[in-house]
Design a protein around this ligand. Structure first.
Ligand code: SF4
Length: 364
């Protein structure tokens, strides 16, 4: 994952005749075969849910499951990882490695020592674990957390995934993100050159965002120097404020054709070396309200290849490199909100995370 090989990787995908720097192919080149992510739920919550910065969470996020009862029901991370690896092995016979992916909620929202323990456990549990991916919010990575992740990245491949979503604060407000784009800039400028990969999550199709606004977000990916991106169409799931609005006919999701064209426009405007980890969002079909087309993932993949071929472009064709590089910007002071810092710095105040039974640990 690390950024050191990006120039070679960019050349490699172009030499392969691909239209984007796709994640799967990038991992195959990096590790010599198929690498799969195993999603882990360690029982974190989110400062946008527990009241540290806001309550209620993002309008698209089903955070009802961040309740204490979920933590009781959750399997320990060690068990989740073992089960996940077994499940993937049944599906794909030729997997050479796994990435432990801390996915739901905000996975840096705990005291640093607890985070270190849980991440190190995931990295050390099976020899096939080749890396770690950590999903978080831009306002939840104080320097103490980044310093700890930097140490992990000296020994393993680590990716930190930031929910940037949009560079437009009005859109972030609409989503009830409870952070600003300035928070994202502060976080990425403190994350750079620490040896781990940075990945940006972006949502296309937020009501009120024009095509031009989405292209401004695309331009920011290169300007901020992200190593990777996950692109999602806005989609609504049951049990969320957004889902209720979609059912009531107050909000409409992007049509398939519009998304396809916007996606290709977006990819043309990000640097060629950025790894494209996702091109659409999805949810289990019984949970998804709209748009149903996002379940047709392989169709979308083929369609973007066709559209790039029709245009005679590839990822980065319309990317405009700026005269200064992201690393030219000075490293700012830590802008993490005091309420979040307090939660992270005070060990023991957060719910017990799901690690591994003490008895199991003694047998390691
Ligand atoms: S920040 Fe992430 S985890 Fe928290 S409410 Fe929003 S989407 Fe859910």
């Amino acid at each position: 994952m690390g950024s050191l090989n990006q120039t070679n990787a960019a050349l490699a995908w172009q030499n392969d005749g691909a239209c984007i720097n796709a994640f799967g192919a990038h991992l195959r080149r990096r590790f010599g075969g198929r690498v799969q992510r195993v999603s882990l739920d360690a029982g974190f919550t989110c400062p946008n849910v527990d009241g540290a910065v806001a309550k209620g969470g993002c309008n698209f996020c089903d955070n009802r499951s961040f309740s204490p009862s979920r933590r009781v029901r959750l399997q320990k991370v060690a068990q989740q990882l073992t089960t996940g690896i077994e499940t993937v092995r049944k599906r794909y016979s030729k997997v050479v490695g796994f990435i432990a992916y801390f996915q739901p909620a905000t996975n840096t929202y705990a005291p640093v020592e607890q985070l270190k323990e849980i991440f190190e456990l995931a990295l050390s549990l099976h020899p096939e674990i080749v890396g770690l991916a950590i999903g978080t919010r831009p306002d939840c990575v104080p320097d103490s957390v980044l310093n700890m992740i930097e140490q992990l990245a000296k020994k393993s491949d680590v990716s930190v995934e930031f929910g940037m979503q949009s560079i437009h604060d009005a859109s972030l407000d609409w989503m009830n993100r409870a952070h600003s784009h300035a928070d994202m800039i502060n976080a990425i400028d403190r994350s750079r050159n620490r040896g781990f990969e940075t990945c940006s999550h972006v949502i296309l199709g937020v009501p009120g965002e024009t095509h031009e606004m989405m292209m401004q977000t695309a331009a920011e990916i290169g300007r901020l120097g992200f190593d990777a991106i996950k692109l999602h169409n806005l989609y609504a799931v049951k049990g969320t404020p957004l889902g209720d609005e979609v059912i009531a006919g107050k909000v409409r999701m992007m049509e398939y054709e519009t998304y396809l064209n916007t996606l290709v426009d977006f990819l043309e405007r990000i640097p060629p070396q950025v790894i494209v980890e996702r091109i659409s969002g999805d949810a289990p079909s019984d949970f998804l309200i709209e748009p149903k087309w996002c379940l047709r993932k392989s169709e979308l993949r083929l369609a973007i290849e066709k559209e790039f071929a029709r245009r005679g472009t590839v990822q980065g064709s319309h990317w405009k490199a700026s005269t200064s590089s992201p690393g030219d910007r000075p490293i700012p002071a830590d802008g993490t909100p005091a309420a979040i810092k307090e939660q992270i710095d005070q060990r023991g105040r957060l719910p017990v995370l799901k690690l591994q039974d003490h008895a199991e640990r003694q047998h390691d």
